[in-house]
Design a protein around this ligand. Structure first.
Ligand SMILES: Cc1ncc(COP(=O)(O)O)c(C=O)c1O
Length: 365
């Protein structure tokens, strides 16, 4: 029997999100036990041990729905960020916020601006609501904020700014964001996606939340999936105008963030020692990868995140060769790879395998 219910064509035509290859799948395929995945910008140290302890205590509560208002997490974030509680939105990953914010402002035919390459969920969100994607090329691997300003039209309803940018790891300074906000009409929602905020060391990056006082159309998104190592639990947050937050609270699912995620996020924010260890390891491994690739004659893009982007002559081939050696990285189109910082062992293994593949390829030419 064929299926004859008319599905919305914009959804049928969606290109599915392609996640990094799971470790277990590769191990099964290769018959190995020690594959390493440095493809999805996950935290190699995992969550704080205090978070893990806290979660054990939560297990007895699993028959209960979570706190639908995320009261405790909202309170802790409000204190940490010095923002009122009614400016905070908690989501099942910042991904949920990216989609629900689009749902809140987009009508069919509206335009959505974002960079290319950038986070793949932005065009997906546009297509979900039959909006038109305006994907703007990067300039020197960075978001071109002047191009963003030039791309504004009366149809623009939503702008996604990925800062730092995934996949290139570059950032634009706060001044450039503010210059854009000055030009951008106040009836356009500007979503500043700061999923990698905590990794950034450059001082001229900081301060986006303060901008919200002058630009009520700005929303800042952050996540517990990266530096806090909670990708498996899905929790992210947004800071925005109370009018926007009020509608968000009505459109999200009643219990959108699970109780383990809420408890873990509260605990994660308190453990500054673990955060320090994560940042320290990340910096060392990012330098190691950058220097290792540079020695091979490649030009890794200077990164402010937990991943490094570099152009190569044949990305799918290199990706495949690395896979066969048990190392999963992320191909970014035909000409670039993105590799996440791993543990010392994972990072050294990647560099060793990459160098070996690279020198063999060189020997053939
Ligand atoms: C730029 C960016 N934004 C948002 C997300 C979504 O993160 P999460 O939904 O896990 O909070 C990611 C994840 O990779 C990302 O790279």
């Amino acid at each position: 029997m064929s299926f004859s219910v008319p599905l919305r064509q914009n959804l049928v035509a969606l290109k599915a999100y392609v996640p990094g290859k799971p470790v277990e799948e590769l191990e099964r395929e290769l018959g190995i036990k020690n594959a390493s995945k440095i493809a999805s910008n996950e935290n190699p140290l995992g969550p704080s041990p205090k978070v893990l302890d806290k979660l054990k205590g939560q297990l007895s509560q699993l028959s209960r729905y979570p706190d639908g208002s995320a009261h405790q997490l909202t309170q802790v974030l409000s204190d940490a960020l010095s923002v009122p509680i009614n400016c905070l939105m908690i989501g099942s990953g910042s991904n949920e916020l990216l989609i629900l914010l689009a749902q809140m402002v987009l009508n069919p035919g509206d335009e959505v601006i974002f960079a290319d390459p950038s986070f793949v969920v932005y065009p997906l969100a546009a297509q979900l609501f039959e909006a038109v994607s305006r994907a703007l090329p990067l300039r020197d691997f960075k978001l071109d904020m002047a191009a963003f300003a030039n791309a504004l039209t009366p149809k623009t309803k939503l702008v996604y700014i990925c800062n730092p940018n995934n996949p290139t790891g570059t950032f634009v300074p706060l001044l450039a964001i503010e210059a854009f906000l000055k030009i951008c009409p106040s009836n356009i929602l500007v979503v500043l996606d700061e999923a990698y905020y905590e990794y950034v060391e450059e001082k001229n990056y900081l301060g986006s939340i303060q901008l919200m006082r002058s630009y009520p159309n700005l929303v800042v998104l952050r996540t517990f999936s990266k530096v806090y190592g909670l990708a498996g639990l899905r929790v992210g947050y947004g800071v925005g105008h109370p009018d926007l937050v009020a509608v968000y609270q009505k459109t999200r699912q009643p219990f959108n963030v699970n109780s383990m995620a809420l408890a873990a996020a509260v605990e994660a924010l308190q453990d500054k020692d673990h955060l320090g260890k994560v940042l320290d390891l990340n910096k060392k491994m990012r330098t190691k990868i950058t220097e290792g690739l540079t020695k091979l004659g490649l030009k890794p893009v200077p990164s402010q995140t937990n991943f490094v982007y570099f152009e190569v002559p044949d990305a799918p081939k290199l990706y495949d060769q690395l896979l066969h050696r048990g190392v999963i990285v992320r191909p970014m189109g035909p000409k670039a790879l993105r590799v996440t910082t791993g543990t010392v062992e994972e990072t050294e293994r990647f560099l060793k395998e990459f160098e070996s593949i690279h020198s063999k390829a060189g020997a053939k030419t």
